[in-house]
Unconditional design. Structure first.
Lengths: 525, 361
């Protein structure tokens, strides 16, 4: 059996799963000390099901803790950065586009050295070990132990980053070093930013992961535990201490993976309706489609493979502004507004059905008769036309958002999850079917529980020396090897995504290939 | 003369993306370079041509290569300066200032870096009034200003100087040399006197980009319609509002070619638009009839935010607005039109200015 836990900003959800069935689930408030909330959620599902903790094979935890640390500028370790690429890149040094307050906290200790590669694998300049040794001495003298190392086109060749790390370790034994090639893809500033944030977060990660371990120990759970990454795959506890930055945005990913699991669908649109917003994402081969554009975390640009979600201001707490009757020309739906303002987490105090005085989307749904929540009598007098108009407007908003995320006009299944799912009352235009699976409020914890292990390759190949097939094979092999290294059972590894982008404005044939492989976790024991 | 500060650069970058008509590279790296240089060396003096002496020599600066490479192998900065200075040396004259060769994308903004570092004037004009993919596709070619002497430098310190018999030859040689430089070279070309530029250049490029950026920013702040704000700022026409229903991409001769199909919404309900691109947008047809073609400018904007969308980012389901606006009048002279005529890009149609197609609307 597995336990999945999702630590969100408001709630900590947990599910206990036996194979593919949900045995028990719980929602508890997130606590300031994250481990306490986790311990409580664990206790809830274990006591509720009455199982023996020895029967638990693994605990999978999704957390926004590290994202929040960056956003709130808390618990960050001052970190130095060494970039290899001289004489290129000089005019835009590391952390050049960071918000100043964050750069101050991190220390702005940046160094440039020779090295780096071209897109086709040639060296920009020769690697100079003495230069890196001198830099390491300076970093040591500054009293820093956390270091990020980046090198131009290190996704093509990471050798200089590795050699530098060795030298830094010889000068600063036990240094906390992050190589950009281990965590990011093409886009030097963005990848380097992620590497710096990773080293910044490692101390916090060690404490947090140890706290998770303590919470499990307290409940005598001896199984291994894992942390979910933003691509919907898992890392083990030791790996999570090394790469905390890979947890960024794992929340929406888990929710979509949970939706895929609950519905049994691999290709679908997921509509996650919350209290204030609705997030729409796309499942492709069972994984979230990845955003093409840069994503900012706490004001810092990164290029993580974040799920491509589109958010609209629609949720259970959305305020309803009925059409105004002052103008004879403004009739009906044209001036009716649903959201984006919302009562949010105060829904259970402010909505009419809960004794409040604010007309919310939830009130309208109750008045429509499809749900029995709170005091239905409080909304019995709502204008029927208004109720119908609001329901139609909600479905229209969802339909437009769903359509925006589709890749073709072909109707696709739509899976509805999240606490606000009651808002979806009819058919969605462009959807082949609407699925509201059981356990929809805890889809995110389920997504954590069922996660697999993955590996990626993102490189530019020159098709002058390789055929396209050879290049694709190389990329697939590299991604598979990485999945196995991360803990996947070799025989279960599958290629789930291949993307090819030919390089524009260039004669000749260079192409960027991105491959993702996933596999099942090697079972303990 | 006026000064360009950090705040101006943000607006210029957004406007440059509109004028990039889908191509020209993401202005992000150029914006950072310009911003950092202004932070370090102080604001840049932006001159109009009238404020300079007719004999002053102006040398445009630009980057060339694959836009995806520049986000990884960030420029040295020295490479731009080196190309600029090498050209002056070869010409035997010290350039008075620099300018943008194109109005759209990365290259419209990178010369600000050169101007800041060398503390020389930036001239508020350019050679295209838009973005085009090839070196010879400038108004200057039509006015007999030569791309040669041409200097290209890499971060290592290599400098290539070319003196060619035509501007097209610069394109041919430079395009293959840039691959050896790692698909990224910094260039200086089309040096010209202020007198020549007064005749040939397109005036007010930086100011126009800045106004577009400013307009969008203000429209967003006032919750006004940013698409309409852009359209008004460029004196253009709303060609279409709709949803992208299909995008087809292919690589032809190293170019990123393709077309997008859109279904109309609102007042355009029931209409179909098709948009062709080759790095930049080339032509739009509504219900099969041409609505705008090169050299006029065609921009695709996010229907809600007014944010310009590059051809790489076009995707099914996006709600967009398509606007078209007149190219600089110089493009419509016979010599210039030959370089950027719809026929040069393979369309067997006459060029009809967009405002003639939309007269009275």
């Amino acid at each position: 059996m597995r336990i999945g836990i999702d630590v969100g900003g408001t709630n900590t959800d947990a599910v206990l799963m036996d194979g593919t069935s949900v045995v028990s689930s719980t929602k508890t408030p997130t606590t300031a000390n994250v481990s306490e909330g986790i311990a409580r959620a664990l206790r809830d599902v274990i006591e509720d099901s009455g199982i023996d903790t020895a029967a638990i094979d693994g605990v999978m935890i999704g957390t926004t803790h590290f994202t929040n640390a960056v956003v709130e500028r808390k618990h960050l370790t001052p970190t130095a950065c060494i970039r290899l690429g001289l004489p290129a890149t000089v005019c835009l040094p590391p952390m050049v586009d960071w918000p100043l307050d964050l750069r101050d906290i991190v220390g702005g200790n940046a160094h440039l050295a020779h090295g780096g590669h071209e897109f086709d694998g040639r060296e920009i300049s020769a690697f100079e070990p003495d230069e890196v040794r001198d830099i390491a001495e300076k970093i040591k003298a500054a009293g820093l132990n956390a270091i990020a190392i980046s090198s131009v086109f290190s996704p093509v060749n990471s050798i200089f980053e590795e050699q530098s790390a060795e030298i830094v370790r010889s000068v600063i034994p036990g240094a906390n070093i992050t190589l950009s090639s281990e965590i990011g893809r093409i886009g030097l500033l963005e990848r380097e930013n992620a590497a710096i944030m990773n080293s910044c977060l490692r101390q916090l990660a060690a404490r947090t992961v140890d706290g998770f371990k303590a919470a499990l120990d307290e409940l005598q759970i001896t199984s291994p535990f894992y942390i979910s990454q933003n691509d919907g795959t898992l890392m083990n506890a030791e790996f999570a201490k090394e790469y905390p930055v890979l947890t960024f945005a794992s929340g929406p990913t888990n929710s979509m993976r949970g939706a895929a699991f609950l519905s049994g669908l691999k290709d679908a649109i997921v509509v996650d309706v919350g209290g204030t917003t609705t997030d729409i994402g796309v499942l492709q081969h069972g994984f979230p489609r990845v955003a093409a554009l840069a994503v900012e975390i706490g004001g810092v640009r990164t290029n993580f493979r974040m799920p491509d979600t589109y958010s609209i201001g629609l949720g259970g707490g959305s305020l309803i502004s009925p059409p105004s009757h002052t103008s004879p020309l403004s009739r009906g739906e044209s001036t009716l507004k649903v959201g984006p303002r919302s009562v949010g987490y105060e829904l259970t105090e402010k909505a009419l059905v809960f004794g409040g005085d604010v007309l919310t989307a939830t009130d309208v749904i109750v008045a429509g008769g499809s749900q029995d929540i709170g005091d239905a009598g409080a909304v019995a007098d709502l204008d029927r036309d208004l109720v119908a108009a609001v329901q139609a407007r909600i479905m229209e908003m969802i339909a437009i958002a769903v359509d925006r995320m589709k890749t073709s006009a072909t109707p696709v299944p739509v899976i509805v999850v999240g606490g606000g799912s009651i808002l979806v009352t009819g058919a969605v235009e462009g959807a082949s079917e609407i699925i509201k699976p059981d356990h929809f409020p805890v889809a995110n914890a389920i997504g954590a529980a069922i996660a697999q292990v993955g590996g990626e390759c993102d490189r530019i190949f020159s098709l002058a020396e390789l055929s396209r097939d050879e290049a694709l094979d190389q990329a697939k092999q590299e991604a598979s090897d990485r999945a196995v290294n991360a803990g996947a059972a070799a025989e279960s590894v599958d290629i789930v995504d291949v993307e090819e982008v030919p390089l524009a404005y260039l004669p000749g044939n260079a192409t960027r290939i991105m491959v993702k492989a996933v596999g099942d976790l090697v079972e303990a024991g | 003369m006026r000064l360009l500060y950090e705040e101006n650069i943000e607006d210029i970058a957004l406007g440059a993306a509109v004028l990039g008509t889908g191509g020209g590279g993401d202005p992000y790296v150029g914006k950072l370079m310009a911003r950092e240089a202004v932070r370090q060396y102080g604001p840049v003096e932006l001159y109009t041509l009238d404020e300079l002496d007719d004999d002053d020599l102006i040398v445009p600066s630009a980057g060339m290569g694959a836009p995806i490479v520049i986000v990884e192998k960030l420029p040295a900065g020295d490479d731009m300066i080196r190309a600029f200075q090498a050209l002056g040396k070869y010409s035997g004259r010290t350039p008075r200032g620099t300018m943008s060769i194109e109005a759209g994308g990365l290259n419209s903004i990178m010369p600000i870096y050169v101007a800041a570092r060398l503390r020389i004037p930036m001239v508020d004009c350019d050679g295209m009034g838009r973005a085009f993919p090839e070196i010879q596709m400038t108004i200057f070619t039509a006015y007999g200003i030569t791309a040669s002497p041409f200097a290209m430098s890499d971060e290592r310190g290599n400098v290539l100087l070319m003196d060619t018999v035509s501007n097209k030859w610069v394109e041919t040689f430079a395009r293959s040399c840039v691959v050896h430089m790692g698909a990224e070279g910094m260039i200086a070309l089309y040096s010209a006197t202020v007198k020549q530029l007064k005749e040939a250049a397109i005036y007010g490029t930086i100011t126009l980009a800045e106004e577009i950026g400013q307009t969008v920013r203000e429209a967003r702040r006032n919750e006004a319609n940013p698409v309409d704000a852009v359209r008004a700022a460029v004196g253009g026409f709303l060609i279409f509002r709709g949803k992208i229903t299909d995008v087809d991409r292919r690589i032809e001769g190293g170019w990123n070619r393709g077309d997008a199909t859109m279904a109309g919404t609102g007042e355009f309900d029931g209409q179909v638009l098709s948009l062709d691109f080759q790095n930049e947008h080339l032509a739009v047809r509504v219900n099969g009839e041409f609505a705008a073609t090169v050299p006029d400018l065609i921009a695709v904007l996010d229907g809600e935010t007014g944010e310009p969308i590059t051809t790489e980012a076009l995707r099914y389901g996006m709600r967009v607005a398509v606007i078209a606006f007149p190219c600089a009048p110089q493009w419509r002279e016979p010599e210039a039109l030959k370089l950027a005529h719809p026929r040069y890009f393979g369309y067997d149609v006459d060029y009809i200015p967009v405002e003639e197609r939309y007269r009275g609307l």
